[in-house]
Design a protein. Structure first.
Length: 195
């Protein structure tokens, strides 16, 4: 995936100025950078949620699985219903995903009864269930403790093989462990500001 001549401004502040950015298709890509460097903005542009930018993105994906910084669950739906709401069919069953994400027994629970980390795992399960061609994930593992992360991340990434995946993270070690390609927005922004 290539983004050419990307310019994005918030008022007078330019987050990107004629930037050219490339992600490896069918691979795991990580975006690193300081807070305010444009990581979440870039995901919003790629997903189509933010259309107020200049530049070209190719190819354009139509089936996109998203995991936002907040779980964004429907409060009146059960865990299982929240997972299945995105797709009529899936290569995965809800029970399989709940087992992978260590949420067995929570299928009938409502989001209000879940911890923040559990809600995030439901959001991850929903993205996997939808099984997009492109996965956009904004700090998807930030709410998980280290032990849980070590147990479930290998299972998650096993199911992302062959997909184009773009993950925003502050975790450098995680990126080194799983990414085929790492984009550091601090380097891009520094090179732009020095021109």
């Amino acid at each position: 995936m290539k983004i050419n001549n990307l310019t994005k401004r918030f008022g007078r502040k330019a987050v990107f100025e004629n930037a050219s950015i490339e992600f490896e298709e069918n691979k795991i890509n990580y975006i690193l950078g300081e807070s305010g460097s444009g990581k979440t903005t870039l995901l919003r542009i790629i997903s189509g949620l933010d259309k107020s930018f200049k530049g070209e993105i190719s190819p354009q994906y139509t089936k996109i699985s998203c995991v936002f910084q907040e779980p964004r669950l429907f409060p009146n739906l059960t865990v299982a219903e929240n997972i299945k709401i995105t797709a009529e069919s899936s290569p995965y069953t809800v029970d399989d995903l709940l087992k992978i994400l260590e949420l067995e027994g929570e299928a009938d629970a409502l989001p209000a009864s879940l911890s923040g980390g559990m809600k995030m795992r439901v959001s991850l399960a929903r993205a996997l269930y939808y099984n997009g061609d492109l996965f956009l994930m904004d700090e998807p593992f930030g709410a998980l403790n280290d032990e849980l992360r070590q147990r479930i991340l290998p299972e998650i990434f096993k199911r992302l093989e062959g997909k184009t995946v773009i993950i925003v993270s502050h975790n450098v070690e995680e990126a080194k462990s799983y990414a085929s390609n790492i984009l550091n927005l601090d380097l891009i922004n520094n090179s732009l500001s020095s021109k």
